[in-house]
Ligand binder design. Sequence first.
Ligand code: ZN
Ligand code: ZN
Length: 266
Amino acid sequence: MNAPPVPPLLTSLWNETRKAAAGLVFAQTCALCHAEGAGPSVPALCDDCVRSLPRLVDPCCRVCGEWFVGNIHGPFRCTNCADRRFAFEFAIAPFRARAGLRDLIHQFKYQRQLWLAESLGRLLAQAVCGPHADPRLAADDRWVLVPVPLHPRRLREREFNQALELATTASRQTGLPVVDALRRIRYTTGQASLTRHDRLENLRDAFRIRRSWPWSRGGLSRELEGRWVLLVDDVFTTGATMDACARIIRRKTGATRIAALTLARG
Ligand SMILES: [Zn+2]
Ligand SMILES: [Zn+2]
């Protein structure tokens, strides 16, 4: 039997309290090298560790964002994308899921280090504003941040949705609103071990548009009318999850553009 859902306001108050308390304890040392004096721009990391993060630089596929080695000039579409059509226009990630950043994401998600949300969200926001911003996300107030949802059962296991936490920090940094418009109705396990076909099958009909109130018709789909949706998650691997989210938004809302933003590219 399912446990009754925790009211979202209480969950978010509890998570904010945990973040504040943990921040007081951890703020003085770098989460990667444990040196004293974490930096002001990314509170959990010292300046050296920020500089050593594996930044994703061109040449990258203009659709899936995969990074390539070699002499490639100008925009290109990689061979992985040539034989498939994603429901989103393009995917952007400021970093590769390697070395220190992979450790940080792991601490954040699986060791429940919620206090890292502030730092990781700021790193995510670098794709939208600042010197490393991607020109395709140039400041435009039509963009809204839509976090990839967790299934309620997974949310109870993890206690927070990493995508919503990242989007909330990125919203403070960029001024773009967060619309928590999706819900996940299929509990999926072990996506990584599945073939591409089974992964897509597993995600078929996994998402729905959330209703803002039980009696509201159309729910949050109306809030996305005419908006540009930026789906947010921590890591982009095959794109199957982002594609499934983009598909339901395309079918059920009036959003006019859909793109994907993750902290890292797997
Ligand atoms: Zn450090
Ligand atoms: Zn590609």
